[in-house]
Design a protein around this ligand. Structure first.
Ligand code: FE
Ligand code: CA
Length: 529
């Protein structure tokens, strides 16, 4: 729809008229380092309220550095966080012990109004493969203590990696109980695959608690929403437990968005990109991301790689920002001509060639694609109709999907594992170039994490489960409860525990493993643990 009016051609998602208007905005963002010079900042304001209501976080570790994050917000539900319109110096310190007896790095970072008084510190020169503790001081206030770690060096084969996969945490539909259990799981990392916030107005899904304010579109609105979520002690407690790798899906911006195209008809692309710039900036401000991810207007580079020694390469993807509009009006459809149109892309050309390059040069035992939407071609039956597939997921981009699977097979990429969120249910899938061909050998494995809270309590056996398993030979497991996936990876095997919560509508829900599966290195089949 919108892309024709803009003159956008298939395969060139970057070329659009409205883009030019963002150059000025990008230039303005470029001036932030100047504004951020510490000499402009206030050193010691006395805070009438605790400015560390959002806790601390860390992320994107490599073998010698990690990002430390906080955001000053004494009143988190106000657009400016309750901060004065001036920069404030924040002191940070990092130690090899929890009591901060051995501080190994420290410094001063400015929290500035243009970045919502967020702080992103990239600490260099750390030792590989070890744990650290960190905290911040602003004025007379001290933050909670966070724990983080560096990755093992490339060339070293670690014997173990433990991490969790989470997504879809609608604040209104359920409590973040699962994060209390996750914090006890002894994890090296957390991967968040999107729908970290939901953009909807207060009360749309309200059951256990409600969003503040209307559907969010302004920078202030997105900031308040992120702050409301992050003020949840279970969420910021988990951020303090280990580093996170984050990527977004649609709800950090707008439901089922595709590049500059809204799910609703008649939305002006320029206005939509203006809203996207607000969403992306607030996302950057709220997340422990490196400065390489800082947005430029309505563009933000979120796809990137994290290497855990030679054991696992995490290729964190962005399947929202560059995709062509969903075919077939984004309705569940058979794999028709529109769904298999080779001109349509989910990744965009630049990200796709980056991904292929990373995979070709990887030396990792496990190659992890941490991304948003289900790659399994899962067909759903409705009466006598042909099987229907989700057009918002990889089946809507079926040719690019087949090309990617063929690439993994023909270039013999070692042990590809796809991690997915979005769909509010758990799946373990064997992926083939064409999943409908049970006679073909599987090429990769997909683990889909259910929602942490979105949708409220769900069934252990989703409706139509037997039919889904009968119609889709690649699907080995499917479950409709809330929870997350806990993974333990060694050079020999990958184990996924599907953790579920018995009740997210009341405090005190019990979290436990519902099912566990193993993939042996060299064999992408899903086997019961
Ligand atoms: Fe979701
Ligand atoms: Ca989603």
């Amino acid at each position: 729809m919108g892309q024709d009016a803009l003159g956008r051609r298939a395969g060139t998602p970057w070329r659009r008229v409205s883009r030019r208007q963002w150059l000025a905005h990008a230039a303005a963002l470029e001036s932030i380092p100047l504004l951020a010079r510490a000499s402009f900042a206030v050193d010691a304001p006395a805070f009438p309220h605790d400015p560390f209501t959002l806790g601390v976080a860390s992320g994107d570790p490599d073998a010698s550095s990690v990002v430390l994050w906080t955001r000053l917000a004494p009143r988190p539900l106000e657009p400016d966080g309750g901060m004065p319109p001036e920069p404030v110096n924040v002191r940070w310190e990092m130690a090899t012990d929890e009591a901060f007896r051995r501080v190994v790095a420290s410094g001063i970072a400015p929290a500035t109004p243009p970045l919502g008084h967020s702080v992103h510190v990239e600490v260099p020169g750390l030792a590989a493969d070890r744990w650290y503790w960190y905290r911040f001081h602003a004025g007379d206030a001290t933050s909670p203590v966070g724990r983080t770690r560096t990755c093992p060096e490339p060339g070293v084969l670690p014997q173990r990696l433990r991490f969790a996969v989470t997504s879809c945490q609608n604040y209104e539909q359920g409590l973040f109980t699962a994060y209390a259990r996750m914090a006890q799981d002894d994890l090296d990392l957390v991967c968040h695959l999107g729908d970290y916030i939901y953009e909807y107005e207060a009360g749309r899904n309200g059951t256990v608690r409600t969003h503040a304010g209307p559907e969010i579109t302004t920078l202030g609105g997105y900031r308040v929403r992120h702050a409301q979520y992050r003020a949840d002690p279970l969420l910021h407690g988990m951020h303090a437990a280990c580093p996170w790798l984050v990527t977004w899906d649609d709800h950090e911006f707008d439901n089922n968005c595709a590049d500059d195209v809204s799910e609703e008809t008649g939305v002006d692309a320029t206005a939509f990109l203006e809203r996207r710039a607000n969403a992306y900036q607030a996302y950057y401000e709220a997340m422990p991301l490196r400065s390489a991810s800082r947005p430029r207007g309505a563009d933000m580079r979120l796809y990137r790689r994290t290497r855990f020694g030679d054991l696992a390469d995490f290729l964190v993807l962005d399947t929202r920002q560059y995709r062509d509009d969903q075919p077939n009006g984004d309705r569940r459809s058979p794999l028709n001509d529109a769904a298999v149109d080779p001109a349509r892309s989910m990744l965009g050309r630049t990200q796709k060639s980056w991904l292929c390059g990373e995979l070709l040069t990887s030396r990792a035992t496990w190659n992890v694609l941490a991304q948003q939407v289900m790659m399994g071609l899962v067909g759903f039956r409705k009466g006598e109709d042909p099987l229907g597939y989700s057009m918002d997921q990889w089946p809507g981009y079926a040719t690019e999907r087949a090309e990617l699977l063929r690439f993994l097979r023909e270039r013999r990429i070692a042990n590809p594992v796809v991690l997915t969120g979005d769909i509010h249910s758990a799946w373990a899938n064997e992926l083939r170039v064409d999943d409908r061909r049970a006679d073909e050998p599987p090429v990769a494995t997909e683990f889909v994490a259910t929602s942490l809270s979105s949708g409220g309590n769900g069934p252990e056996r989703p409706a139509g489960l037997d039919q889904i398993l009968a119609d889709n030979p690649g699907v080995r497991f499917h479950n409709g409860e809330r929870g997350y996936i806990r993974c333990e990876v060694t050079p020999a095997a990958w184990r996924s525990d599907f953790m579920v919560v018995d009740d997210v509508l009341r405090p005190g829900g019990r979290t436990f493993p519902r099912a566990s599966f193993v993939v042996t290195a060299g064999d992408p089949r899903v086997q019961p643990a």
